[in-house]
Design a protein around this ligand. Structure first.
Ligand code: 289
Ligand code: CA
Length: 133
């Protein structure tokens, strides 16, 4: 038990970040929104879905470490302008960049940048995959 918790703390320190009950991890792989969702699901987690500023900051730090924006587990695929978590629940926290979301063309997914701000974006870009566990 002690060894396991020391190991997980070292693992998180090297590879990920924690916020509250969640840990966020990336291994440098990239994918579009569907690939990102599937990759996290196959790993037993969920595409990182920031529900408060502490979680958003933890994810932002991973984006900075890898110097690559990431999709978050939020989209308005079902109803334009109605952003929801992967569970289908309406989002209760947001950190949009100024002027976003603007749905330029068709932008139904959400990316997080190195400043922690969100932009709605096409779901077909390649982004850093960050999972939460
Ligand atoms: O294709 C449009 C995107 O590259 C982004 O371009 C600008 O940064 C802004 O207009 C964003 O809203 C947009 O998602
Ligand atoms: Ca946009």
């Amino acid at each position: 038990m002690y060894c396991a918790s020391v190991f997980s703390l070292v693992w998180i320190f090297i590879n990920g970040n924690s916020a509250g009950e969640k840990t966020f991890q990336a291994n440098g792989s990239e994918g579009d929104f569907e690939t990102s969702k599937a990759t996290c699901s196959q790993a037993g987690g969920l595409l990182a879905s920031p529900r408060n500023s502490a979680e958003n900051t933890a994810i932002q730090q991973i984006v900075v470490r890898h110097n690559k924006a990431a999709y978050v587990g939020i989209n308005d695929i079902e109803t334009e302008g109605s952003f929801k978590y992967l569970s289908g629940e309406a989002i209760g926290y947001s950190n949009w960049a100024g002027g976003e979301p603007n749905n330029l063309g068709t932008e139904d997914c959400v990316e997080i940048h190195s400043d922690g701000k969100w932009n709605d974006r096409s779901c077909n870009e390649k982004r850093l995959i960050i999972c939460e566990f």
